[in-house]
Design a protein around this ligand. Structure first.
Ligand SMILES: NC(=O)C1=CN([C@@H]2O[C@H](COP(=O)(O)OP(=O)(O)OC[C@H]3O[C@@H](n4cnc5c(N)ncnc54)[C@H](OP(=O)(O)O)[C@@H]3O)[C@@H](O)[C@H]2O)C=CC1
Ligand SMILES: N=C(CCC(=O)O)C(=O)O
Length: 461
């Protein structure tokens, strides 16, 4: 917990001790090797001490103890045949974390680093994020250790079909609705939707979100996470009397979230000077040419280093973490978890960063978050700031259910309202529970209370 956090009141000491013991229990006995999951849980538990002290009924019915245990974890083998005719085996997961607010909702990640701890951390974060959107959706996440990089279109199709052949038994529009995440974009969603429809024998549009526009996708879903991040950060900055105008911005990653965060930041008057991929980062002091990045990364499957071919005056740094050594006013980590550690955060602060907005899930370590908060950096935490994607996914489900299709402007206006509400509700919760201005605490508290009240109403299940 940051040293800036409010000092605990007497009755909160007891709760803090009880929950320190609880954290020890789940760390040592229940999830000893799940490092990323425990990191996500620890941050939330530390934020909730004042809430639990104020609501003893949540402690009596063990709301938090139940909330940190997923309702269901499904793990399955995925066998598929590559273009050489060789059999490949991957592991698939779906963690159905919490359905107090609605059907499980959350992305699918295809990346070599996927394991149960990663999927559980993502599902836990998703549960709070989805609550903050105000939409009727629970939390879940899934994926596989399948690496789409370097695979042909046909290999990706065969993998997705095999993956869905197992997953389809466990999902549905009112049960569990997957979507995209790292390594899963419109192409993968399309192949999985086709297989689901064939196996189910019905066109259930609402079973997946991020679908193509021609078969039930929502306008603005592709842009939603990146746009929503910038809308949220703008709300935060406006409260401080500043904005994106004339600011220097760096955005890690160059995938779905990163590209549309860069687009909206530039539209709001910022100069985006750097972005990255898992091999390295580019720095263009004249401002990144986003169309070139889209050609390389959305249309093609190129490395970001190819940008230099078109812009030889730009620089390529052969390590993606070097992006954080570039001086900037606003940093938007949009690649992956724990990409900013304490040393990186110190470099950003020493270079004069004013604001950090988390587009990726858990991109900052706890130590980095504490350093940002202790240095009064305007900090927009992931589960609040990157909720625009899942919020528009929920709007896609609503359009599917009503068999209507809203315009881009209609969806974008709803997205702006949702991000504004998340900001205001998180700030209010932070103020109500003794951490004024601390959006990390506020988002965790606001997300928790809605889930806790729903779980209380639904009995001990
Ligand atoms: N898609 C969505 O709707 C949402 C996604 N998020 C989060 O945003 C982040 C990015 O997701 P998304 O844009 O969808 O994914 P994409 O696969 O579209 O893009 C991911 C980007 O991050 C880079 N990257 C991935 N893993 C690493 C790594 N270990 N080290 C460095 N760079 C890495 C990729 O580089 P390369 O091309 O080399 O792999 C790529 O540039 C993730 O944390 C995701 O959980 C959050 C909310 C919604
Ligand atoms: N990957 C996502 C989007 C999930 C969704 O749209 O259901 C996330 O919120 O982390």
């Amino acid at each position: 917990m940051s040293t800036k956090e409010s000092t605990l009141k007497p009755d909160e000491f007891t709760v803090a001790n009880n929950y320190a013991n609880f954290l020890n229990h789940i760390t040592k006995l229940r999830n000893p090797h799940e490092v990323e999951f425990l990191q996500a849980v620890r941050e939330v538990v530390n934020s909730l001490v004042p809430v639990l002290a104020h609501h003893p009924q949540y402690m009596k019915s063990c709301i938090l103890e139940r909330l940190v245990e997923p309702e269901k974890i499904i793990s399955f083998r995925v066998s598929w045949v590559d273009d050489e005719g060789d059999v490949q085996i991957n592991r698939g997961y779906r963690v159905q974390f919490n359905s107090a607010l609605g059907p499980y909702k959350g992305g699918l990640r295809f990346h070599t680093t996927v394991n149960e701890s990663i999927i559980k951390f993502l599902g836990f974060e998703q549960t709070f994020k989805n609550s903050l959107t105000g939409q009727p959706i629970g939390g879940g996440k899934g994926g596989s250790d399948f690496d789409p990089k370097g695979k042909t279109d046909l290999e990706i199709m065969r993998f997705c079909q095999s993956f869905m052949t197992e997953l389809y038994n466990h999902i549905g529009p009112d049960t569990d609705v997957p979507a995209g995440d790292i390594g899963v974009n419109a192409r993968e969603i399309g192949y999985m939707f086709g297989q689901y429809k064939k196996l189910r024998g019905a066109f259930e549009a609402g079973v997946l979100t991020g679908k193509g526009l021609e078969y039930g996708g929502s306008l603005a879903r592709t842009e939603a996470t990146g746009y929503g991040l910038v809308y949220f950060v703008r709300e935060m900055l406006q409260d401080k009397g500043i904005g994106f105008e004339d600011k220097t911005v760096i955005v890690s990653g160059s995938g779905n979230v990163s590209i549309y965060a860069m687009e909206k930041a530039a539209e709001f008057g910022a100069k985006v000077v750097a972005c990255s991929d898992s091999n390295g980062c580019i720095y263009d002091e004249n401002g990144i040419d986003l169309n070139t990045v889209k050609e390389l990364k959305e249309s093609g499957d190129e490395r970001i280093s190819e940008y230099i071919t078109k812009y030889p005056n730009a620089q390529y740094l052969d390590d993606c973490s070097n992006i954080w050594s570039i001086p900037c006013d606003i940093a938007l980590p949009c690649a992956t978890q724990n990409e900013i550690d304490e040393a990186t955060a110190k470099t950003l602060v020493d270079n004069g960063v004013q604001a950090v907005g988390e587009g990726a899930n858990m991109p900052s370590t706890q130590e980095a978050i504490n350093l940002f908060l202790d240095n009064d950096i305007h900090f927009a935490p992931a589960k609040a700031a990157n909720a625009g994607g899942v919020a528009v996914s929920s709007l896609e489900m609503a359009q599917n259910g009503s068999k209507l299709m809203w315009t881009f402007e209609e969806v974008d206006e709803k997205l702006k309202d949702i991000m504004k509400n998340i900001y205001q509700n998180s700030m209010q919760a932070a103020s109500d529970y003794g951490s004024p201005g601390n959006l990390v605490a506020g988002a965790n508290i606001a997300g928790f209370i809605k889930i806790a009240d729903a779980m209380s109403a639904q009995g001990i299940i």
